[in-house]
Design a protein around this ligand. Structure first.
Ligand code: 6CS
Ligand code: FE
Length: 294
């Protein structure tokens, strides 16, 4: 299998042009997104759908979030990741498999149809998680391209996946909202450094390997700046698997909790990791041959 996006192999960073389309069906293809929205996504690598879910739906989502959080506090489960310097819950993985509510949310046809439209095929969930980012203590997520990690550590061959972040609390300028570098999805920043064995045990708490260098980051930010969509709970941020993004720590009293579903094209199923290492566990990267399409 050719490695179209080598990373963590050279001793200097390289910026490559993207070799894959961003949207896989024509912008004019009928679907839930308008051709304008499709074009915005193609150009910028993300799309913000403010108040996508109704207030009633948000109410249910919030109580389900509280349940997961309470469980996460007491349960010892590999799926529950803690903050780097404390026992505070940072993320809970594979909620689309283990929590009935979030499973049906990931199957919600309004979401699935959008991702099918963008990816031009059937889709399945590659990864899901809730990021809690609690008030006062929630720590940052340093700049990265998800695809860089999924390619190197999970063997995702091509850029044909989209993340969907649903805001479960208000995301405001103070609580560490998602920040994106518009247009950066059109490049691939090949990173320096080798992947340590079982890197995920550390990287999910604090990512240090597979992060872009300052110069590349500054160059890409210079082009179009930084976007940080904010809005009420129940909004949706769709973003390309390769867009550079990150978020600041949360010293405000307001928690910033989002659930992420990553939809991958069924034509882009995982192969062996390009690092040559053992694949990561399936609660981080689904690789069942029969992974159900949704
Ligand atoms: O490891 C993952 O799959 C995700 N987590 C981190 C910290 N970076 C890459 C990706 O978003
Ligand atoms: Fe990410």
């Amino acid at each position: 299998m050719i490695d179209y996006y080598p990373s963590r192999v050279e001793n200097h960073p390289i910026i490559y042009a993207r070799k894959d389309p961003v949207i896989y069906s024509p912008a004019s293809q009928p679907g839930p997104l308008t051709s304008q929205q499709m074009k915005f996504f193609e150009e910028n690598g993300y799309l913000f759908l403010e108040q996508f879910f109704s207030e009633d739906e948000v109410f249910v989502m919030s109580s389900e979030l509280t349940k997961v959080l309470e469980e996460g506090k007491t349960v010892t489960d590999k799926r529950v990741i803690h903050e780097p310097d404390s026992d505070e819950v940072r993320s809970v993985f594979a909620v689309h498999e283990h929590e009935e509510f979030f499973q049906s949310l990931s199957n919600d046809h309004r979401l699935v149809d959008i991702h099918k439209q963008l990816l031009g095929s059937d889709v399945y969930i590659h990864q899901s998680r809730i990021n809690l980012k609690s008030g006062f203590n929630g720590k940052e997520f340093y700049w990265h391209s998800d695809f860089e990690t999924w390619h190197v550590e999970d063997g995702m061959p091509r850029m044909r996946a989209v993340s969907c972040s649903i805001t479960l609390t208000e995301n405001n300028p103070y609580n560490g909202p998602l920040m994106l570098v518009p247009g950066s999805h059109k490049y691939f920043v090949s990173c320096i450094g080798e992947t340590p064995e079982a890197n995920y045990e550390k990287s999910l708490r604090k990512q240090e390997i597979g992060v872009p260098d300052h110069e590349s980051l500054a160059k890409l930010v210079e082009q179009n700046g930084i976007a940080a969509p904010t809005g009420p709970a129940g909004s949706v941020i769709l973003f390309d698997c390769n867009i550079l993004h990150g978020s600041n720590s949360n010293i405000s009293p307001y928690p910033r909790s989002n659930v992420f579903f990553v939809y991958n094209s069924v034509e882009n199923r995982l192969v062996d990791p390009f690092s040559g290492q053992k694949p990561r566990p399936s609660y981080i990267a689904s690789r069942q041959k029969t992974a159900e399409k949704v």
